[in-house]
Design a protein around this ligand. Structure first.
Ligand code: GRF
Length: 203
């Protein structure tokens, strides 16, 4: 069974969408463990409800990164659950060598913009303030630089005249809930090949 580890800090709607998709499609993918740095993350509630192993591993020393010691602990747990793929879903800390070295080419993320536009925080607000007519979301492999790795899938969302940050983010998330589960399925089924920065879907 292809096992995924899910890391989140926030409400966990992507995790919910991934779990639903696995169930409704009857995929041979096991959500092995949900990990969070935030004891109030909705991801923990979802994991409990769905009967998925879960752990909160907080980081006391830093706000936006993990200390080497804490990152090592994440790796230890991911290995304990024999995770094949690490899926970041709104995990609000920059992942570094400790984890990326252990899961090289096996760590993915979802970002709420059409990368390489608007990397970083609150990308939907950045898009709205910039005045773009279209934004969207991107799944990508994770590399050391933030929101930089090879792009897997993207979905486009038009920016509407009356959009607020909230309405735009909501429509972006609707697309996230489609492309993230699909990305995981493609990887689990061995249907992606990578050449440099380019990711190809094979049939
Ligand atoms: C999503 O918008 C994702 O693109 C970003 O963090 C957010 C997580 O949302 N990386 P949720 O916790 O899955 O609802």
């Amino acid at each position: 069974m292809f096992t995924i580890g899910l890391l989140a800090s926030g409400k966990g709607s992507n995790i919910q969408a991934i779990i639903e998709y696995i169930k409704t499609e009857g995929l041979s993918i096991k959500p092995g463990v949900v990990l969070t740095d935030n004891p109030s993350s909705g991801a923990l509630e979802i994991a409990k409800r769905e009967g998925i192993e879960h752990h909160c591993i907080p980081e006391k020393k830093y706000k936006t990164i993990l200390s080497q010691k804490t990152e090592k602990e994440y790796v230890r747990v991911l290995k304990e659950y024999k995770v094949d793929l690490v899926c970041l879903a709104g995990f609000m800390r920059v992942i570094k060598e400790e984890l990326l070295g252990s899961f090289t080419g096996r760590t993915i993320n979802i970002h709420p913009s059409l990368l390489p536009a608007f990397p970083g925080l609150e990308a939907w607000k950045q898009a709205l303030n910039y005045g773009v007519k279209f934004t969207g979301c991107t799944t990508h492999f994770v590399e050391a630089d933030i929101d930089s790795g090879p792009i897997i899938l993207q979905a486009v969302v038009p920016v509407l005249k009356d959009d607020t940050p909230e309405t735009l983010h909501k429509r972006i998330q609707e697309k996230e809930h489609i492309i993230y589960p699909l990305t995981i399925k493609l990887i689990a089924e061995g249907k992606l090949s990578i050449s440099g920065r380019k990711v190809y879907i094979t049939s």
